[in-house]
Design a protein around this ligand. Structure first.
Ligand SMILES: [Zn+2]
Length: 279
């Protein structure tokens, strides 16, 4: 959420009122719709960029370009035109003032996507219709309590956008660490003090991250954001609160980090990567 939110704020400041000259999708697989065609954006004035969960919605009157950056995508405003040889380019929106709004994706996977939709169809789109309430600001406590009352582990439960929208792989570690909860505790087993702690953590952690980005990010959002993380990606370092070594569990496409002393009753959980090797 915080990375997408700061992107939407900076882009809105940079492009609201700009008129589209042309639009094209060099990364054809990224564009998931064909009607209306992307060229329909030409001549339209952009109103700004709104965040919907972890997605961005570029608003252009009665059309909306809905974008999911996934883990390696960036939506940025550039001074000039991209070289058509830039293999990171997925969607290019050229503006009459010479700027270019560019969806780029780094790495080898092509997972970021865009959909051009009638503005009044966005709420019913598959990617939007099933979203839970936004994690920031956190929903009222009774609603939050009801959302989490599921017999599922907290780590996947909080990342499930249908439960609550906006929490990704990095911030879930930070939220659980802040609330001193095990990633493997079940939502339905939480006591009211645990729920309170997690609810407060949403506002505290995500709000602080956003404040941090407001301070350190200028007009252009950089390729790599300076994420203010305390435990995620910090396996092997000392817990900033209690000094215990932060442990990690490696999954196929992400890493879960936690403080054993404060989150799992001193237990170091089995690393799935290790157990796979032992099979
Ligand atoms: Zn600790």
């Amino acid at each position: 959420m915080p990375e997408v939110e700061i992107t939407s704020r900076r882009l809105t400041a940079g492009l609201a009122g700009a008129r589209v000259e042309s639009a094209l999708a060099p990364g054809l697989v990224a564009l998931k719709t064909f009607d209306p065609p992307l060229e329909a954006l030409a001549g339209r004035e952009l109103d700004g960029v709104r965040r919907i969960g972890k997605m961005l919605a570029v608003e252009a009157g009665d059309l909306t370009l809905l974008i999911h950056l996934m883990s390696a995508g960036r939506l940025q405003l550039f001074d000039g035109r991209a070289s058509l040889r830039d293999r990171a380019s997925r969607v290019l929106v050229r503006l009459e003032d010479g700027h270019e709004l560019r969806l780029r994706e780094f790495g080898t996977q092509q997972r970021a996507w865009a959909k051009l939709l009638p503005a009044n169809a966005v709420a019913e789109d598959d990617a939007v219709a099933g979203l839970g309430p936004d994690a920031y600001p956190a929903p009222p406590l009774d609603e939050f309590t009801a959302l989490l009352a599921q017999p599922r582990h907290l780590h996947p439960l909080l990342r499930d956008q249908r439960t609550i929208a906006g929490i990704g792989r990095s911030w879930v570690d930070e939220l659980l660490w802040t609330a001193r909860l095990s990633p493997f505790q079940k939502g339905s087993d939480l006591g009211s003090a645990d729920i309170d702690a997690l609810h407060a953590a949403c506002d505290e952690v995500l709000g602080a991250a956003l404040d941090h980005y407001e301070r350190v990010i200028a007009d252009t959002v950089p390729d790599k954001l300076p994420m203010p993380l305390q435990v995620h990606r910090r396996a092997g370092e000392d817990c900033p609160r209690c000094g215990t070594r932060i442990e990690a569990i490696h999954f196929r496409d992400y890493v879960m980090c936690y403080c054993p002393e404060e989150q799992t009753g001193g237990r170091i959980l089995k690393d799935r990567r290790l157990s796979r090797l032992l099979k």
